[in-house]
Design a protein around this ligand. Structure first.
Ligand code: PDD
Length: 285
Protein backbone atom coordinates (compact mmCIF):
# COMPACT_ATOMS: atom_id res chain seq x y z
CA UNK A 1 0.00 0.00 0.00
CA UNK A 2 1.34 3.42 -0.88
CA UNK A 3 2.02 5.74 2.01
CA UNK A 4 -0.50 8.48 2.68
CA UNK A 5 0.57 12.08 3.23
CA UNK A 6 -1.37 15.15 4.28
CA UNK A 7 -1.31 18.32 2.18
CA UNK A 8 -3.42 21.39 2.97
CA UNK A 9 -6.58 19.66 4.08
CA UNK A 10 -6.34 16.42 2.07
CA UNK A 11 -4.98 12.96 2.69
CA UNK A 12 -3.34 11.81 -0.55
CA UNK A 13 -0.96 9.08 -1.75
CA UNK A 14 2.64 10.23 -1.21
CA UNK A 15 3.31 10.32 -4.98
CA UNK A 16 0.48 12.84 -5.38
CA UNK A 17 1.46 14.99 -2.40
CA UNK A 18 2.74 18.19 -3.99
CA UNK A 19 3.19 21.88 -3.28
CA UNK A 20 3.88 24.80 -5.64
CA UNK A 21 7.41 25.70 -6.80
CA UNK A 22 6.52 29.17 -5.49
CA UNK A 23 6.05 27.82 -2.00
CA UNK A 24 8.11 29.97 0.35
CA UNK A 25 9.33 26.90 2.15
CA UNK A 26 11.00 25.86 -1.12
CA UNK A 27 12.20 29.35 -2.17
CA UNK A 28 13.26 30.85 1.17
CA UNK A 29 13.16 28.05 3.76
CA UNK A 30 10.40 30.28 5.19
CA UNK A 31 8.85 27.57 7.31
CA UNK A 32 8.88 25.64 10.55
CA UNK A 33 8.87 21.89 11.17
CA UNK A 34 8.38 19.38 13.93
CA UNK A 35 9.11 15.68 14.30
CA UNK A 36 7.17 13.64 16.85
CA UNK A 37 7.91 10.00 17.60
CA UNK A 38 5.27 7.27 17.39
CA UNK A 39 5.33 4.21 19.65
CA UNK A 40 2.68 1.52 19.40
CA UNK A 41 0.65 3.83 17.14
CA UNK A 42 0.67 6.70 19.66
CA UNK A 43 2.33 10.13 19.60
CA UNK A 44 5.14 10.75 22.07
CA UNK A 45 5.42 14.02 24.02
CA UNK A 46 3.30 15.66 21.34
CA UNK A 47 2.01 18.51 23.52
CA UNK A 48 5.62 19.62 23.93
CA UNK A 49 6.22 19.47 20.15
CA UNK A 50 3.03 21.42 19.44
CA UNK A 51 3.93 24.03 22.06
CA UNK A 52 7.34 24.47 20.39
CA UNK A 53 5.63 24.66 16.99
CA UNK A 54 3.42 27.49 18.27
CA UNK A 55 6.45 29.28 19.67
CA UNK A 56 8.49 28.86 16.48
CA UNK A 57 5.72 30.14 14.18
CA UNK A 58 5.13 33.04 16.59
CA UNK A 59 8.80 34.03 16.37
CA UNK A 60 8.54 34.36 12.57
CA UNK A 61 5.02 35.88 12.62
CA UNK A 62 3.47 32.96 10.79
CA UNK A 63 -0.10 32.05 11.70
CA UNK A 64 -0.84 28.32 11.87
CA UNK A 65 -3.54 27.38 9.34
CA UNK A 66 -5.11 25.00 11.90
CA UNK A 67 -5.36 24.95 15.67
CA UNK A 68 -2.86 22.73 17.46
CA UNK A 69 -5.79 20.56 18.59
CA UNK A 70 -6.74 20.03 14.94
CA UNK A 71 -3.10 19.44 13.99
CA UNK A 72 -2.95 16.64 16.55
CA UNK A 73 -6.13 15.12 15.08
CA UNK A 74 -4.52 15.21 11.64
CA UNK A 75 -1.31 13.63 12.98
CA UNK A 76 -3.37 10.83 14.53
CA UNK A 77 -5.43 10.29 11.43
CA UNK A 78 -2.25 10.07 9.35
CA UNK A 79 -0.77 7.51 11.76
CA UNK A 80 -3.98 5.48 11.49
CA UNK A 81 -4.23 5.74 7.68
CA UNK A 82 -0.63 4.51 7.37
CA UNK A 83 -1.06 1.77 9.99
CA UNK A 84 2.06 3.24 11.57
CA UNK A 85 3.16 1.35 14.66
CA UNK A 86 6.63 2.76 15.36
CA UNK A 87 8.24 5.75 13.70
CA UNK A 88 7.75 9.44 13.31
CA UNK A 89 5.31 12.03 12.05
CA UNK A 90 6.97 14.91 10.24
CA UNK A 91 5.02 18.14 9.92
CA UNK A 92 5.90 21.37 8.21
CA UNK A 93 4.17 24.70 7.92
CA UNK A 94 5.39 27.34 5.50
CA UNK A 95 4.30 30.87 4.65
CA UNK A 96 2.61 29.46 1.56
CA UNK A 97 2.90 30.06 -2.17
CA UNK A 98 2.65 33.64 -3.45
CA UNK A 99 2.41 34.68 -7.13
CA UNK A 100 6.11 35.50 -7.35
CA UNK A 101 9.29 35.74 -5.29
CA UNK A 102 9.01 38.76 -3.01
CA UNK A 103 11.07 38.48 0.13
CA UNK A 104 8.64 40.39 2.36
CA UNK A 105 5.60 38.52 3.69
CA UNK A 106 2.84 38.08 1.09
CA UNK A 107 -0.67 39.29 1.90
CA UNK A 108 -3.67 36.98 1.88
CA UNK A 109 -1.65 33.84 1.25
CA UNK A 110 -2.66 30.75 3.16
CA UNK A 111 0.19 28.93 4.88
CA UNK A 112 1.05 25.46 3.60
CA UNK A 113 0.68 22.56 6.02
CA UNK A 114 2.06 19.15 5.09
CA UNK A 115 2.69 15.95 7.04
CA UNK A 116 4.08 12.51 6.31
CA UNK A 117 5.12 9.53 8.38
CA UNK A 118 8.18 7.29 8.42
CA UNK A 119 8.79 3.93 10.01
CA UNK A 120 11.52 3.43 12.60
CA UNK A 121 11.90 1.02 15.49
CA UNK A 122 13.23 3.63 17.92
CA UNK A 123 13.18 1.25 20.90
CA UNK A 124 15.22 -1.50 19.21
CA UNK A 125 17.50 0.67 17.09
CA UNK A 126 20.93 -1.05 17.03
CA UNK A 127 22.70 2.18 18.04
CA UNK A 128 20.65 2.25 21.24
CA UNK A 129 22.74 -0.74 22.35
CA UNK A 130 26.10 0.07 20.80
CA UNK A 131 26.06 3.85 21.16
CA UNK A 132 27.07 6.23 18.39
CA UNK A 133 30.31 7.76 17.20
CA UNK A 134 30.28 11.49 16.66
CA UNK A 135 32.54 13.91 14.85
CA UNK A 136 32.84 17.63 15.55
CA UNK A 137 32.30 20.39 13.03
CA UNK A 138 32.14 24.19 13.30
CA UNK A 139 28.61 25.46 13.95
CA UNK A 140 27.84 27.41 10.78
CA UNK A 141 24.21 28.26 11.58
CA UNK A 142 22.36 31.55 11.95
CA UNK A 143 21.74 33.30 15.27
CA UNK A 144 18.17 32.06 15.94
CA UNK A 145 18.65 28.34 16.41
CA UNK A 146 15.85 28.33 18.99
CA UNK A 147 13.42 28.54 16.04
CA UNK A 148 12.80 25.11 14.48
CA UNK A 149 13.26 26.46 10.97
CA UNK A 150 13.46 24.25 7.87
CA UNK A 151 16.70 26.07 6.92
CA UNK A 152 18.86 23.05 7.69
CA UNK A 153 21.73 23.36 5.21
CA UNK A 154 24.38 23.66 7.93
CA UNK A 155 23.04 20.49 9.56
CA UNK A 156 22.85 18.72 6.18
CA UNK A 157 26.57 19.45 5.65
CA UNK A 158 27.43 18.52 9.25
CA UNK A 159 25.58 15.22 9.09
CA UNK A 160 26.99 14.44 5.64
CA UNK A 161 30.50 14.93 7.05
CA UNK A 162 29.54 12.55 9.87
CA UNK A 163 28.21 9.99 7.40
CA UNK A 164 31.40 10.17 5.31
CA UNK A 165 33.43 9.66 8.50
CA UNK A 166 31.30 6.65 9.44
CA UNK A 167 29.83 8.52 12.42
CA UNK A 168 26.20 8.73 13.49
CA UNK A 169 26.03 12.38 14.47
CA UNK A 170 27.98 15.64 14.24
CA UNK A 171 28.47 17.82 17.29
CA UNK A 172 28.57 21.47 16.32
CA UNK A 173 31.18 23.66 18.00
CA UNK A 174 31.14 27.40 18.60
CA UNK A 175 33.61 29.42 20.69
CA UNK A 176 35.22 26.21 21.91
CA UNK A 177 31.94 24.79 23.26
CA UNK A 178 29.48 22.23 21.96
CA UNK A 179 26.23 23.88 20.89
CA UNK A 180 24.25 20.74 19.94
CA UNK A 181 24.15 17.82 17.52
CA UNK A 182 23.06 18.15 13.91
CA UNK A 183 19.64 16.87 14.98
CA UNK A 184 20.01 16.16 18.70
CA UNK A 185 20.74 17.73 22.08
CA UNK A 186 24.07 16.90 23.76
CA UNK A 187 24.76 15.77 27.31
CA UNK A 188 27.69 14.59 29.42
CA UNK A 189 27.93 12.97 32.84
CA UNK A 190 30.88 14.44 34.73
CA UNK A 191 33.25 12.43 36.92
CA UNK A 192 31.31 13.67 39.96
CA UNK A 193 27.99 12.49 38.51
CA UNK A 194 26.54 15.77 37.32
CA UNK A 195 24.43 15.60 34.15
CA UNK A 196 25.44 18.60 32.05
CA UNK A 197 23.58 19.95 29.04
CA UNK A 198 23.81 23.37 27.43
CA UNK A 199 21.30 25.94 28.70
CA UNK A 200 18.50 26.93 26.33
CA UNK A 201 18.90 30.21 24.47
CA UNK A 202 19.20 31.40 20.88
CA UNK A 203 22.31 29.21 20.37
CA UNK A 204 20.39 25.91 20.41
CA UNK A 205 17.01 24.39 19.72
CA UNK A 206 15.10 23.78 22.96
CA UNK A 207 14.84 20.02 22.53
CA UNK A 208 11.58 18.44 23.68
CA UNK A 209 13.39 15.22 24.62
CA UNK A 210 16.08 17.25 26.39
CA UNK A 211 13.38 19.03 28.41
CA UNK A 212 11.70 15.77 29.41
CA UNK A 213 15.01 14.07 30.29
CA UNK A 214 16.12 17.02 32.46
CA UNK A 215 12.76 17.01 34.29
CA UNK A 216 12.80 13.21 34.74
CA UNK A 217 16.38 13.32 36.06
CA UNK A 218 15.58 16.13 38.49
CA UNK A 219 12.48 14.29 39.75
CA UNK A 220 14.83 11.45 40.66
CA UNK A 221 17.16 13.80 42.56
CA UNK A 222 19.90 13.40 39.96
CA UNK A 223 22.12 16.47 39.71
CA UNK A 224 21.65 18.45 36.51
CA UNK A 225 23.59 21.52 35.46
CA UNK A 226 22.55 23.54 32.40
CA UNK A 227 25.70 25.07 30.98
CA UNK A 228 27.95 24.86 27.94
CA UNK A 229 30.73 22.25 27.86
CA UNK A 230 33.75 21.63 25.62
CA UNK A 231 34.79 18.52 23.68
CA UNK A 232 37.75 18.16 26.07
CA UNK A 233 35.30 18.03 28.97
CA UNK A 234 33.18 15.46 27.14
CA UNK A 235 36.27 13.30 26.50
CA UNK A 236 37.14 13.49 30.21
CA UNK A 237 33.55 12.65 31.24
CA UNK A 238 32.15 9.39 32.57
CA UNK A 239 29.50 9.30 29.86
CA UNK A 240 28.14 11.31 26.97
CA UNK A 241 24.79 11.00 25.22
CA UNK A 242 22.36 12.67 22.87
CA UNK A 243 18.60 13.05 22.91
CA UNK A 244 16.02 13.63 20.20
CA UNK A 245 12.53 12.60 19.18
CA UNK A 246 13.92 10.05 16.76
CA UNK A 247 16.66 8.62 19.04
CA UNK A 248 15.21 9.14 22.54
CA UNK A 249 18.43 8.79 24.61
CA UNK A 250 21.52 7.29 22.97
CA UNK A 251 25.08 6.98 24.20
CA UNK A 252 27.95 8.75 22.48
CA UNK A 253 30.89 6.35 22.65
CA UNK A 254 33.51 8.29 20.70
CA UNK A 255 34.20 11.85 19.60
CA UNK A 256 36.49 12.45 16.61
CA UNK A 257 37.80 8.90 16.94
CA UNK A 258 38.64 9.22 20.67
CA UNK A 259 36.77 6.99 23.10
CA UNK A 260 34.47 8.45 25.75
CA UNK A 261 35.40 6.52 28.92
CA UNK A 262 35.61 2.83 27.92
CA UNK A 263 33.84 3.37 24.61
CA UNK A 264 30.62 1.67 25.72
CA UNK A 265 27.22 3.07 26.72
CA UNK A 266 27.34 3.91 30.42
CA UNK A 267 24.88 3.02 33.20
CA UNK A 268 23.47 6.55 33.58
CA UNK A 269 22.73 6.79 29.85
CA UNK A 270 21.06 3.38 29.91
CA UNK A 271 19.05 4.36 32.98
CA UNK A 272 17.91 7.67 31.48
CA UNK A 273 16.93 5.87 28.29
CA UNK A 274 14.80 3.41 30.26
CA UNK A 275 13.23 6.22 32.28
CA UNK A 276 12.47 8.15 29.10
CA UNK A 277 10.92 5.14 27.36
CA UNK A 278 8.73 4.53 30.42
CA UNK A 279 7.66 8.21 30.41
CA UNK A 280 7.03 8.07 26.64
CA UNK A 281 4.80 5.04 26.89
CA UNK A 282 2.92 6.39 29.92
CA UNK A 283 2.16 9.75 28.34
CA UNK A 284 1.60 8.72 24.68
CA UNK A 285 -1.61 9.98 23.03
N1 PDD B 1 15.74 17.08 15.29
N2 PDD B 1 18.76 20.01 18.13
C1 PDD B 1 18.51 20.05 16.81
C2 PDD B 1 19.33 20.95 15.96
C3 PDD B 1 17.50 19.23 16.26
O1 PDD B 1 17.26 19.28 14.95
C4 PDD B 1 16.76 18.38 17.10
C5 PDD B 1 15.65 17.51 16.59
C6 PDD B 1 17.07 18.37 18.48
C7 PDD B 1 16.32 17.51 19.45
O2 PDD B 1 15.01 18.01 19.64
P1 PDD B 1 13.80 17.06 20.03
O3 PDD B 1 14.21 16.35 21.28
O4 PDD B 1 12.68 18.00 20.27
O5 PDD B 1 13.60 16.14 18.87
C8 PDD B 1 18.06 19.20 18.95
C9 PDD B 1 14.67 16.34 14.67
C10 PDD B 1 14.41 15.04 15.33
C11 PDD B 1 14.96 16.22 13.19
O6 PDD B 1 15.38 17.22 12.63
O7 PDD B 1 14.76 15.16 12.62
Amino acid sequence: MEQIAYVNGSFVPLSEAKVSILDRGFLFADGIYEVAAVLDGKLIDNASHLARLERSVGEIELALPETTARIQEIQKELVARNDLVNGMVYLEVTRGADTGRDFAFPKNVKPTLIMFTSTKDIINAPSAKTGINVITVPDLRWARRDIKSVALLAQVLAKQAAAVAGAGEAWMIEDGKVTEGGSSSCFILTQDDVIVTRQNGSEILPGCTRKAVVALAEERQLRVEERAFSVEEALAAKEAFVTSASLFVQAVVSIDGKKVADGKPGPMTNRLREIYVEFAKATAV
